[in-house]
Ligand binder design. Sequence first.
Ligand code: SF4
Length: 96
Amino acid sequence: MSLAARVEEKLFQNRYLVDAGKPHIAIRPHEKPSENLLAMTRICPAGCYSETSSGQVEITPDGCLECGTCRVLCEESGDITWNYPRGGFGVLFKFG
Ligand code: SF4
C-alpha cells in the first residue's frame, strides 16, 4: 500500500460538520492568482483549493483540516480571509 493511500485512508476517518452558507475561508476575487495562492492547489493537504478552467483559484473549505498552511501563505497578502469555523462546526479529528 502506498503512503498516499494510507494518508487518504486516515483522512477519511475524520468527520466534518459543515456550517452551510458560512465558509470559514474566502478567496479575494482575482483575474490571475498570486504564486502563493496558485501553490495552494498543490499543497493543501485536504485538496480544498482548485484551479478553474479560466485560471482562477477557488476553494471548497468543507473538508478543511484547519492546518493553517493557506493562512500562513496567503492571509497577509489579502489573497484570502481565514477564520476558524464557528464552535461545533469544522473538522472532528479521530485519533488512534
Ligand atoms: S487550513 Fe490547511 S486544510 Fe484548510 S484549506 Fe488551508 S491548507 Fe487546506
